[in-house]
Design a binder for this molecule. Structure first.
Ligand code: NAI
Ligand code: MG
Length: 492
């Protein structure tokens, strides 16, 4: 019976895979040939006159040239941010600050389609995700923190919340616009000024945001957006006039930043890697859990710091769950990110695809069994078919290290204590998922799993109200919610 049922589902989805293409139009967005640095309210040429290309990872075509900021440019941006802080922004009434932030939020909404198209072209994520997740969630962050700007005395009763000064913010390539929103919105609401650097493979939506910020008439220098790679990031981190570093990215760079700011007065929040356990108990609604596992690891090609990349399934339902997962994986459409039917888009860069492929080899050499869906992938561009590994040992590198791709390891367990121990046996601690019918089990696990965010019977849910951040090598500090304000103030 069970087999028959899964066959019918498969047939239905097989025909769905032959859906006619439904491409979003490239022309919905205007991309300039060349972008300069956004410093002090103006776009300025980089002093070293150097530019680098950003490409579309779905077809390897160049989209634009982007300025490379050197030390002198970083210094210019920090000086602009300092002057704007001292002369304008810290003196601006909180309710006036709020108006600017609301305006930015509304302008993101008005240009949502343009943002979504650029995000997808520059980074490779499915247009459905940019359109339905990244852009609306980014706007929501600005709305949420606009609301706090003139209510800080209620957020921190009987205390006086003072801004820190100039915030240096460095963001990754997996959620480019959303991470810019996570960083800029709370900084502005609390009266800080900003120098932000997007990642080198995905700078375009941050630069679009710069255009909006200029149109919103935010006082010059309050937000500066400069582009470049690791060296530019390091120049921001090491600049003596920066008061706070907010970083999202790899644990390795997080460690470099920690070393660089040790002994200085710079504050920091570090949002680093993850290797989240997603745990299915035998009393869980299995179809719902399988959906959650699919979303947990294949959302945004698995380029998600909180991705549920280690699946633990209770032994009695292990076989059923693995089969259901394989069936569901066969229905996933991998390909052109601009097609509205696409579930899994392009891997963000050639380097990242090489990293993922390296881990696929390591997994097989370690003795794990690899299964990939049978879908075809475009010949041009960077793609990886959804992949699961079974027969995985806890000590395997694929179960210990962050792969940051559509790759899931699966292990079984028998008891609560066993799975808690396995789930916590990792250097990371960003997130986790628990699937069970029993509230008591959820409470038992959520108190014992060492992870900053734990989802129960769902996965990858985000809201500006809810704080997000890690334990251990996943970093420290929280972004989002009331906690997210705290990262940008001194309480006196
Ligand atoms: P990365 O950590 O090098 O890049 C993130 C940002 O940091 C970029 O804007 C980059 O230009 C900047 N950066 C690089 N070196 C820097 C330095 N020394 N000082 C200051 N800023 C610096 O990440 P990468 O190399 O692109 O990805 C490598 C691995 O990192 C991925 O495979 C993944 O495992 C992990 N990663 C995790 C992310 C997360 O959200 N947890 C996001 C991006 C990558
Ligand atoms: Mg790009």
């Amino acid at each position: 019976m069970a087999v028959k049922k899964s066959n019918t589902i498969k047939l239905k989805f097989d025909s769905a895979r032959n859906l006619a293409p439904a491409p979003e139009s490239k022309s919905a967005a205007k991309i300039n040939e060349r972008y300069d640095l956004f410093i002090n309210g103006k776009f300025e040429k980089p002093s070293g006159k150097k530019y680098f290309a950003t490409i579309n990872p779905a077809n390897e075509e160049k989209l634009a040239d982007v300025a490379e900021a050197n030390n002198a440019d970083v210094n210019k941006a920090v000086t602009a941010a300092r002057t704007a802080y001292e002369k304008v922004w810290k003196k601006t009434a909180p309710k006036e600050r709020a108006k600017y932030i609301y305006r930015i939020a509304r302008m993101i909404q008005e240009r949502a389609r343009e943002f979504a198209v650029i995000e997808t072209l520059d980074g490779g994520k499915p247009i459905r995700e940019s359109r339905d997740f990244d852009v609306p969630t980014a706007a929501n962050h600005f709305f949420y923190y606009a609301g706090w700007a003139d209510k800080l005395e209620y957020a921190f009763p009987n205390r006086n919340a003072q801004p820190l000064g100039v915030a240096g913010q460095i963001i990754p390539w997996n959620f480019p616009l959303l991470m810019a929103a996570w960083k800029i919105a709370p900084a502005l609401a609390t009266g800080n000024t900003v120098v932000l650097k997007p990642a080198e493979t995905t700078p375009l939506t941050a630069l679009k945001l710069a255009e909006i910020i200029r149109e919103a008439d935010l006082p010059p220098g309050v937000v500066n957006i400069i582009t470049g790679a690791g060296e530019t990031g390091a120049a921001i981190v090491n600049h003596p006039d920066i008061n706070k570093i907010a970083f999202t990215g790899s644990t390795n760079v997080g460690k470099i930043i920690q070393r660089a700011i040790a002994g200085t007065n710079k504050k920091a929040t570090l949002e680093l890697g993850g290797k989240a356990a997603n745990i299915i108990f035998d009393d869980a609604p299995l179809d719902q859990a399988v959906e959650g596992v699919i979303n947990g690891i294949f959302f945004n090609q698995g380029h998600v710091c909180c991705a549920g990349s280690r699946l633990y399934v209770q032994e009695s339902v292990y076989k059923t769950v693995v089969q259901k997962l394989k069936d569901r994986m066969e229905t996933l459409i991998v390909g052109d990110p601009m097609d509205k039917n696409t579930d899994i888009g392009a891997i963000n860069s050639k380097e990242q695809l090489e990293t993922i492929n390296k881990y696929l080899k390591i997994g097989q050499q370690e003795g794990a069994e690899m299964y990939q869906s049978a879908c075809s992938v475009p010949r041009k561009g960077f793609y990886c078919r959804p992949t699961i590994f079974t027969n995985v040992a806890q000590s395997n590198r694929i179960a210990q290290e962050e792969i940051f791709g559509p790759v899931l390891t699966i292990q079984s367990f028998r008891t609560d204590d066993e799975v808690i121990e396995k789930a916590n046996n990792t250097p990371f601690g960003l997130s986790a998922g628990v699937w069970t019918d029993k509230g008591s089990k959820i409470f038992n696990l959520t108190t014992k799993l060492r992870a900053g965010v734990i989802w129960a019977n769902t996965y990858n849910k985000f809201d500006p109200v809810s704080p997000f951040g890690g334990y251990k090598e996943s970093g420290y500090g929280r972004e989002g919610g009331l906690h997210g304000l705290q990262a940008y103030i001194n309480l006196v």
